[in-house]
Ligand binder design. Sequence first.
Ligand SMILES: [Zn+2]
Length: 338
Amino acid sequence: MKEHFRKLFVKEKECFSTILGQARAKKEIKSALLMGRHVIIVGPPGVGKTTIAKSIASLLPDIKLLNCSFHCSPSKPLCPACLKKKPAAKLFKGSERFIRVQGSPDLTAEDLVGDIDPAAALKFGPQSIEAFSPGKIFKANQGVLFFDELNRCPEKIQNSLLQVLEEKSATIGPYNIDFPANFIFIGTMNPEETAATEKLSDVFLDRFDVVHMTYPETNKIESEIVLTKSEKLDIDFPKNLLTAAIDFVRLVREHKDVLKKPGVRASMGLFERAQANAYLANRKKVNVSDLNEAILSVLSHRIELKPSVKYLQSNEEFLSALFNNFSKSKNLHGGGDL
Ligand SMILES: [Zn+2]
C-alpha cells in the first residue's frame, strides 16, 4: 500500500479535498502513509478526523479479494469458508475496506479479534474453526482500521493491538493458523477529554506518529465548512451575519475563561437554528435576534468555564454578557435589517 501512495501523492497534489484547511495535518498524514507508518490523529471533536480517515480508504486501489469475512487473497485463501469452497473473487473499492472501531472502556478483545458464533459452534463443534466469527481486525485486512478514541479503551486492548500491528497477522484462540490482518491504522484521540480515558503507555505511543488537527484556521474556512455541511432552509442568511456568528463562536473558543471549547458543530448549530428562528417568525431573512435567540441553546452546554469563573457566573450568564458586548462592538443591532 505504501508503494501505491508513493505513486499517487506525486501525481495528485490535492488528495484530501473533502477536508477544508488543515494543510499541515494533510501533509503529515501523506508523509506517514508514504512510509507505511501508523498514525494517531489528535484533535478536538468535529474537526474532520473521521473524514480524513475515510478519504485515506477511498484513495486505496480497487483490489480483487475473495468475498469472505476475512477478505482472503485469491492466491492464498486461508479462512475456513475459503478452504471449504472458494467463493468468487470480487473487486473491492477502497471505501469498502474502511472499518471503524469505537474505543470505549467496554471494548473487548473479542470485538477486535472475533468470537465463537454459538449457532455455528452447535453445528460444527466449538473447537472447529468454522465456528469462529472474525472480528474487526480481520475485516480491515487490506484496508483501513479506524480506531476512534483510542485512549478510551482498556490497556489490555492496546497491548493486543500492538501485537497485531507488529506482526500484521493474528492467531485465533485454539487454532494454529496465522490469519493476515494487514491494514493502515489510523487512531484518534481527543486532547481535551480527561475523564474515563486510559493514558497511552510510552511503549504504545512509541509505535505511532502523532498528527494534530485543530479547529478551522480562519473564519473563512469555518464559514465554508458550515455552508457545505449544515442543513439549509429557503431563507437568506446575510453574509456579514454569518461571519459574525462564526466570529462569536471563535471568540468563545479563544476566551481565556473557557476550558471546554465549542467546536465546528457549534457554528453549524448557530447557522441552522438562526434560520429556523427566522422561519418560525415567518421571515425570509435571518436577523440578529434570530441569532441571539439561538446562542444559549446551541452554546451553553458545549462550554465549560474555568473553576474561578464558574462560581461567579453560569454558562448562560457568561454567554449572554459576551454576546451583548460582541454585538455592540460589531454594531450588529445598529445595522437596521441586518
Ligand atoms: Zn476467506
